[in-house]
Design a protein around this ligand. Structure first.
Ligand code: PMP
Length: 330
C-alpha cells in the first residue's frame, strides 16, 4: 500500500515527542481503575477549547457512538430522519438500529449544494422529523449556512449536525455560535480527523445542558477509556500539531483540486479533507481498480446517476501519485 486515500484519515501521524508524552501520561494512570466517572477533566478541557461549559459536552467512543445515542434517545417512535444524500453510510445503519425511517433530499452535481427549500418542506411533510446534517458533508464537502440552520430550527425541535470535518472549513462554517439561540441543536465533533487520532476512539457532542443531560443517559459509563483520555488531554494542552496539520491539508486541498480539474475532472467545492469528483467518459470503478493495482486506495461512491469517487487529501506525494495514475488511466 503506497497511499491510503480512502478513509479521510490524517496524512500525518502524531509526532514522536507527543506520542511519548501521551504514553507517559497513560503510564502514570492505574490501569486497574476505571476512567474518571463522568470524564470531568476531559469535558473541562473540551469546554476550554470550544468556549462552552462542561455541562454542555458529552464525550464518546468516537463521534459515531454519540450520533447513534442521540438518534436513540431523541427520536420518538414514528420519527423520520431527514438526510441530504449522498450521505455518510453510518447514518443509515444507525437509523436502522433505532428502527427509524429515513427520507432523503438529493444534493446535485456539480456543486452539491443543499436545496434548502426542498429540505425544509420535507422536514415539515414528514413531521415528526429530525434533520441529520453533515457540515462539511461527507462525501461531497459542502457546508450548510447558519441562516439555514436557524430556519430549520423554526420547523424542527431537534437538529443534529455532524461536524467531524469542521476544522478543515471556514470560520463561518462553525455552528457552535448557534447553540445559544437554538435549544434543540446538537453538534458532533471528533478527534479522528483534524487530530490524527482515528485509532483512538474519541469524539464529543455539544448542545445546551437539558439535551446533554438526556444524551448522557443514552451512553454507557466509561465509554472513553484512559488511553483516549490521555491522548485528548495532551493534544488539547498543545494544539499546535493539529493546527499545523490542518493548515497543510487545507492548502494541499486547493492545489489537489486544481490539479484534478486541470486533468478534466469535475470536482465539488470541498471544505473537508477530501474531494468528491468524477472523470467524465470513464467508469469510476475502473479508475479505483487501476489505482488499487498500484497501491493507491480511493473510494468509489458511484450510484446509477452519479459516477463519483472520493479521494482523501493526503500528503503531497501521495496526491501526486494518484494524479499520475489518473493520467495513465485516461
Ligand atoms: N461523521 C462523519 C461524517 C465521518 O466521516 C466519520 C468517520 N469517517 C464519523 C462521523 C465517525 O467518526 P469517529 O471516528 O469520531 O467515530
Amino acid at each position: 500500500l503506497k497511499a491510503k486515500l480512502d478513509f479521510n484519515e490524517s496524512p500525518v501521524d502524531v509526532p514522536d515527542d507527543l506520542k511519548d508524552r501521551i504514553l507517559a501520561r497513560l503510564k502514570d494512570r492505574r490501569w486497574g481503575y476505571y476512567p474518571a466517572f463522568g470524564a470531568g477533566e476531559l469535558r473541562q478541557a473540551l469546554a476550554n477549547r470550544t468556549g462552552r461549559s462542561a455541562e454542555e459536552i458529552v464525550p464518546g467512543n468516537g463521534s459515531g457512538e454519540l450520533i447513534g445515542a442521540a438518534i436513540n434517545i431523541l427520536a420518538r417512535p414514528g420519527t423520520t430522519l431527514i438526510l441530504p444524500t449522498p450521505a455518510f453510510s453510518l447514518y443509515f445503519q444507525l437509523a436502522a438500529i433505532a428502527g427509524l425511517k429515513t427520507a432523503t433530499v438529493p444534493l446535485s452535481a456539480p456543486d452539491f449544494e443543499i436545496d434548502e427549500e426542498a429540505f425544509l418542506s420535507l422536514c415539515k411533510e414528514k413531521a415528526p422529523a429530525i434533520p441529520l446534517l453533515c457540515s462539511p458533508n461527507n462525501p461531497t464537502g459542502g457546508t450548510v449556512t447558519r441562516t439555514f440552520v436557524k430556519k430549520l430550527a423554526e420547523a424542527c425541535p431537534v437538529i443534529l449536525v455532524d461536524q467531524a470535518y469542521v476544522e478543515f472549513s471556514r470560520p463561518e462554517d462553525d455552528l457552535l455560535p448557534l447553540l445559544d439561540e437554538i435549544p434543540g441543536l446538537v453538534v458532533f465533533r471528533t478527534f479522528s480527523k483534524a487530530f490524527s487520532a482515528a485509532g483512538f476512539r474519541i469524539g464529543y457532542a455539544l448542545a445546551r445542558q437539558p439535551l446533554m443531560d438526556e444524551l448522557r443517559k443514552a451512553v454507557l459509563p466509561f465509554n472513553v477509556d484512559i488511553a483516549a483520555e490521555s491522548f485528548a488531554a495532551e493534544l488539547l494542552a498543545d494544539p499546535t500539531f493539529s493546527e499545523e496539520s490542518v493548515n497543510a491539508v487545507r492548502q494541499e486541498r486547493e492545489r489537489f483540486a486544481s490539479a484534478l480539474r486541470a486533468r478534466g475532472a469535475l470536482v465539488a467545492p470541498s471544505q473537508g479533507n477530501f474531494l468528491f469528483f468524477s472523470l467524465p467518459g470513464t467508469y469510476p470503478d475502473d479508475l479505483r481498480r487501476h489505482c488499487q493495482k498500484s497501491g493507491v486506495r480511493v473510494r468509489n461512491l458511484a450510484t446509477a446517476d452519479l459516477p463519483y469517487l472520493r479521494v482523501t487529501v493526503g500528503r503531497r506525494e501521495d496526491n501526486d501519485l494518484f494524479l499520475t495514475l489518473m493520467e495513465e488511466f485516461r
